[in-house]
Structure formats: structure tokens, C-alpha cells
Ligand binder design. Structure first.
Ligand SMILES: NC(=O)c1ccc[n+]([C@@H]2O[C@H](COP(=O)([O-])OP(=O)(O)OC[C@H]3O[C@@H](n4cnc5c(N)ncnc54)[C@H](O)[C@@H]3O)[C@@H](O)[C@H]2O)c1
Length: 438
């Protein structure tokens, strides 16, 4: 058994240790470990990388000695940020698309984080793990099943964890639901509904009339291209890979209108981007089923004019909450039979200990309501302690695999496709992510 497997099994089977990891509790960290400096190399310092850099530098005991980006101006800006916050100047890697390999080879890094475009996540993570570093990747971790398997295999072979930094798992309301689910408030879990529904068309076409890297993916692919924000929390609530697993999905997309309409509006009807075809349907709907009888409806809707909405319907045998609609109904405890009550009070009533511990720092130092801070903090703590990350490589592969699986199903008019078991049977004995009272 390799080093990582040993740690992983230890964590999965030892409630106290796992609790420390999942909750960021300081009780399992020795004074020596608490002080250990964690050195991170950051690859990709565009929008997201810049935000992650700010969060990294706000954490005690974290240094960023190396930065990489193909865009020199971006690295210089990030370098100046590190200099002004720490007085130290990080080394820059700007010599082309594969210079991250040289960053990964440095012997003074504990971890490498990538916030590059999607297609670069796997190459950076493989180079990091093969060079003996923890890998932290932005979402989604991979775009093909083959790459999902390669991430898993490489993590197992090298003994190095690879965590997809899924920040939505650490939103205040998501953590509160986690506690409600664990404490049985909603009964036995039955069904979830969620989606990444966020108008982002301005990120797809530049002012000079070109498709960005995101725009190119949407022009060429049709499926759920951004599933991890909604599926991460659901997988945790539903114990996916930890007592249950996804067995199949089917996926359908509407016709495509949003991208072309946007191109017409932005560039005029005669522009090539206003005349071309776009593969991505405006609204993609995916239905997933688990081995133990849970179902999930998942939406992907990033090309239509609409307000942001993750939905999060969480339904069990005793009742349900509709998180973004601020509604809940729990039989026997809601004030009136068959009538909604507000969900919001449950967020405070079931405040997660991790949230209570980190709220002040998280809100001050990280975007997305503090979720960004907690996901980075949890990654760094795992690196510091030398243990498995709270979201492991099996989560990264499973949550990301919805991209290629939904594309395959859409291409077959919604046919059901089988979901691979990246854990190779370990889901049956892996313990659920634990929760601990404050
Ligand atoms: N978790 C979240 O909430 C969240 C939010 C936004 C973006 N993201 C993710 O972050 C990633 C980056 O998104 P973004 O909005 O910052 O994009 P961006 O285009 O602003 O930044 C990407 C950066 O990567 C650089 N880059 C490209 N190829 C490279 C390579 N081979 N080596 C080194 N650098 C390279 C680019 O020059 C650019 O600076 C994406 O995976 C996206 O999905 C996540």
C-alpha cells in the first residue's frame, strides 16, 4: 500500500483524525505542525489565480516563492502583490505553455495550485504530483474520462493528493445543510436539484471580437461543462464515494441561441462570430442516479440572460429545503402543515463548526462569501499536516467526469451512460465526511 493510501485509509477509518481534517480543527495539529511553513507555487494568475493568491497570502505560514503564467504582465502584477505583502520576490516562470514543469521541479515547494484554463489543469497536476508536490486545481479538474483516470492513477502511484478546490462546498449555507443532513433533520436523503446557472457571456467573447478560451469550449462542446459547483455539495450530502456512488446519467440540451444572440448584440450581425454555429445548447439538464437510490437533477445554464442561482433543493424523507428560494418544510417541525417556512433561520441554527471557527477571516480574505478562503485553508492545512485533502482525487475525478459523460449522453439524444467507479470499490467502505458539534 502506498503512502497516500495508508493516510487515506487512516483518515477514512479514524473518526478523530478525519474530523480534524474535514473541520479544520486545530486539536489534531501538533504545535510543530501548526508552525510549519507551507510553500506554494501558483500556475495561472489571471482573474481566479489573482484572487487565490490574495487568499494564500492572507493565511498564516504560507509562502509563494514561485509564480507561472504565459502572460508576463499577469506574473509581474502577481509578483508585485507578493512583494508588497511579504517583502519577498517570487521567481517567475513565463517561458511558454510548459514552463510550469520547471516550477514543479523546484525542491522548495510543498504544493502547486493551478488556476489556468481548463485544458491545462491535468498537465499541471500530473507534473506537480510526479515532482512530489500536493496538487490543488481549479474547477473542473479534467474534461475527459481518460484524464480523470490519469489523475486518479497518478495520485495513487505517487502517493500525492490532488484536491480540486471546490469552494461551494464551503459556503455558509452549504455547510449548514451538511450539518442538517448529518443530524437527520431532513430524514433519509432522496433527491437533490442544483445547477450552475450564471450568465457569463461577457467572458466568452472579447471586445475585439474573438472567442476566449471559455468561448471556444462552448463553441465546440455540448453538455454540462461546469458541473462541480453544484455537484460538490450534493456529493458530500449524499455520501457519493463514501457509502454510495453515481451509477448512471443521462443528459439533454436545448437548442443553442444565447451565444449567437450575444455576438449579434456585441459585434453586429455581419461579424463571423454572429454567423457561426455554437455547439452548446443554452440550457443543459442532466439526471443522475446513485447505487443506493438517490437522484439528482443538475442544470448548466451560462449562456442566457438570467440572475445567478445554484438552486440547491435538498430533499429527504422528512422534508426539504429550497436553499436559493429561501423555503423549507420539515414535517412535524415546520410551524404549519404543508406550508413553507423560510430556510434562512436554519443557516444560523445549524451553523457548521468550521464556519463558526473561520467566518471572520473567511469573509475578510476570500470571495464567494468566504468559501474561497475556507477551501484554500483546508487545502493548506492538509499539506501542512501531510495528510489526505478533504476533497480527494476521487472527488475531483467523479465531479469532473460529468463533463465528458454528459457530452456523450447529449450526443446520443439523452441516452443513459454508465458512471465509472473511480474508487474501484472503496466507496463501499469509505466513511462519510464527518461532522462535529461545536
Ligand atoms: N472556483 C471558482 O469559483 C472559480 C471562479 C472563476 C474561475 N475559476 C476557474 O479558474 C480557472 C481560471 O479562470 P480565470 O477566470 O482566472 O481565467 P483567466 O483567463 O482570467 O486566467 C487564466 C490564466 O492562465 C494563464 N495561462 C494559460 N495557459 C497557461 C499555461 N499553459 N501556463 C501558465 N499559465 C497559463 C493565462 O495567461 C491567464 O493569466 C478556470 O479553471 C476557471 O474555471 C473558478
Amino acid at each position: 500500500m502506498n503512502d497516500m493510501a495508508t493516510r487515506r485509509d487512516f483518515l477514512m477509518n479514524t473518526a478523530a483524525a478525519a474530523t480534524g481534517l474535514a473541520l479544520g480543527s486545530s486539536t489534531t495539529v501538533s504545535a510543530e505542525e501548526a508552525l510549519k511553513t507551507v510553500r506554494v507555487g501558483l500556475v495561472g494568475v489571471g482573474n481566479r489565480g489573482t484572487a487565490l493568491l490574495g487568499t494564500l497570502l492572507s493565511l498564516p505560514g504560507v509562502e509563494v516563492p514561485a509564480l507561472c503564467d504565459i502572460n508576463e504582465a499577469n506574473t509581474k502584477r502577481a509578483q508585485a502583490t507578493v512583494e508588497s505583502k511579504t517583502g519577498k520576490s517570487p521567481d517567475l516562470y513565463t517561458k511558454g505553455e510548459n514552463d510550469f514543469e520547471n516550477l514543479c521541479k523546484r525542491d522548495d515547494l510543498d504544493a502547486v495550485i493551478t488556476a489556468t484554463p481548463w485544458e491545462w489543469h491535468v498537465p499541471v497536476m500530473l507534473a506537480a504530483m510526479r515532482a512530489g508536490k500536493y496538487g490543488g486545481t481549479e474547477v473542473p479538474a479534467a474534461l475527459t474520462l481518460e484524464d480523470c483516470w490519469t489523475l486518479v492513477k497518478t495520485s495513487e502511484e505517487t502517493g500525492k493528493p490532488c484536491m480540486m478546490l471546490e469552494n461551494v462546498c464551503y459556503f455558509e449555507n452549504v455547510l449548514a445543510v451538511m450539518r442538517m443532513v448529518r443530524e437527520g433533520v431532513l430524514g433519509e436523503m432522496l433527491h437533490f436539484e442544483a445547477g450552475y446557472q450564471h450568465e457569463c457571456r461577457s467572458y466568452y467573447i472579447t471586445d475585439s471580437g474573438e472567442l476566449t478560451w471559455r468561448g471556444k469550449h462552448l463553441a465546440e462542446k455540448n453538455g454540462n461543462l461546469y458541473p462541480t459547483h453544484p455537484i460538490g455539495p450534493i456529493a458530500w450530502w449524499g455520501n457519493v464515494n463514501r457509502g454510495d456512488r453515481f451509477v448512471s446519467l443521462s443528459s439533454v440540451s436545448t437548442k443553442s441561441r444565447g451565444m449567437r444572440n450575444y455576438a449579434v448584440e456585441k459585434l453586429g450581425p455581419d461579424h463571423t462570430l454572429a454567423k457561426r454555429e455554437y455547439a452548446m445548447g443554452d440550457v443543459n439538464t442532466t439526471l443522475l442516479r446513485t447505487e443506493k437510490g438517490l437522484t439528482v437533477t443538475l442544470y448548466f445554464d451560462m449562456c442566457t440572460p438570467r440572475p445567478y442561482d445554484l438552486i440547491f433543493r435538498v430533499q429527504g424523507t422528512k422534508g426539504l429545503c429550497m436553499v436559493s428560494n429561501d423555503k423549507a418544510y420539515i414535517e412535524g417541525s415546520s410551524p404549519e402543515k404543508d406550508k413553507w417556512e423560510p430556510f434562512e433561520p436554519y443557516v444560523k441554527k445549524y451553523a457548521h463548526p468550521l464556519w463558526k471557527d473561520l467566518e471572520t477571516e473567511a469573509v475578510k480574505n476570500g470571495g464567494h462569501g468566504g468559501g474561497d478562503y475556507i477551501v484554500v485553508q483546508q487545502f493548506i492545512e492538509a499539506v501542512r499536516q501531510g495528510v489526505q485533502t478533504p476533497q480527494d482525487v476521487y472527488d475531483a475525478a467523479t465531479w469532473s467526469a460529468i463533463v465528458p459523460l454528459s457530452m456523450a449522453s447529449v450526443a446520443q439524444k439523452g441516452a443513459q451512460v454508465e458512471f465509472p467507479d473511480f474508487t474501484k470499490g472503496k466507496w463501499e467502505t469509505n466513511a462519510p465526511i464527518p461532522i462535529q458539534g461545536a
